[in-house]
Ligand binder design. Sequence first.
Ligand code: GAF
Length: 388
Amino acid sequence: MKQEVAVVTEAFAKVFGDANGLTIVRAPGRVNLIGEHTDYNDGYVFPMAINFDIVMAARKRPDQLVRIHACDLERTVAFSLADPIAYDPEEHWSNYLRGVLWALQEAGVKLCGMEIAFLGTIPQGSGLSSSAALEVATAVAVKHLTGFDFALPELALLCQRAENDFVGMKCGIMDQFISLLGQKDHALLIDCRTLDYERIPLELGDYRILVCHSGVKHRLVDSEYNRRRQECEIGVRVLAAEFPSVKALRDADLNMLAACQTRMAPVIYKRCRHVITENERVLRSVPALKAGDLRLFGELLNQSHDSLREDYEVSCAEIDLLVTLARKVEGVLGARITGGGFGGCTVNLIHAGAVDEFTRRVLPEYRKRTGMEAQVYVSTAANGAEIL
Ligand code: GAF
């Protein structure tokens, strides 16, 4: 982290003249342990923050100008707060920051001019939530610069709004929430309807959370993701016609779904079945973890992947291969895709003593069959965003 802070500070000084009076923020990415595509269905998720971050340096300006420098891309944008904040089709990365400023303005925050430089250690397109971390870092930095006061769940909602209504990705609340509220050595059980949450100690004994990056950048993620959301909404409309208590898929069970099956296209039925069973899996996995029943926890991870592959259809050949190879390694209790899908990473529950074996067996076989390099990271749960 020290090194990233030094790099971002130096870049800031180079681009903006000096590095006096900086606010430095870090906001983490996340790995979701279980509960995929449930957040926008008012359901449950169980992510943890990880030790990959966005590191941002920010400083107030006395005028209305906003200047932002992306260190990794070596690109700088500038715009004035005297004009409406506009989407930038050329510098796409800048829209995550613009979106947060826009959402804050919409919420009544009086912004000030500012200079920002940032870099990221979260592999982009990995499904480890680099965009949400960028939004959260921006929100926390601007909160510090302007002194506005929002509770963290509210801030997460504002960052989600930036992504939904400014960037155009209709994501749920999970990624922004965990990036703000994560806690070292804990995963968060989040009820995405009420935004109640419980920090659960990740007591894994000799087991570890291993994240394996397929090297496949999310493909079609925005369009396919938004389409999944619409399919769930169609499912809810059919279910609600028969069962008025169903306001979201969170309210439905498999019996209700079976009663409506003939009134749904098969694809809608499958999407709903994934969400309903995935919520059940989250609610079973937390007591399993609390009871130290890691076999059951791992089995639920496996079931989650199979459901995401078959019913929700958000996996891809490379990720399926990684999951199949991982499950052959003795000491792996569970393996599944994590995040939005269509590439990115798998999350594996693995015995510490089997990590070398995983690296020796899975990675070369994956390279042989796909021509791609996968990377592994043994991850511990990190704290949420903070001012350094
Ligand atoms: C992406 C979204 F941003 C999250 O809100 C969530 O829906 C996830 O995909 C799938 O579980 O990360």
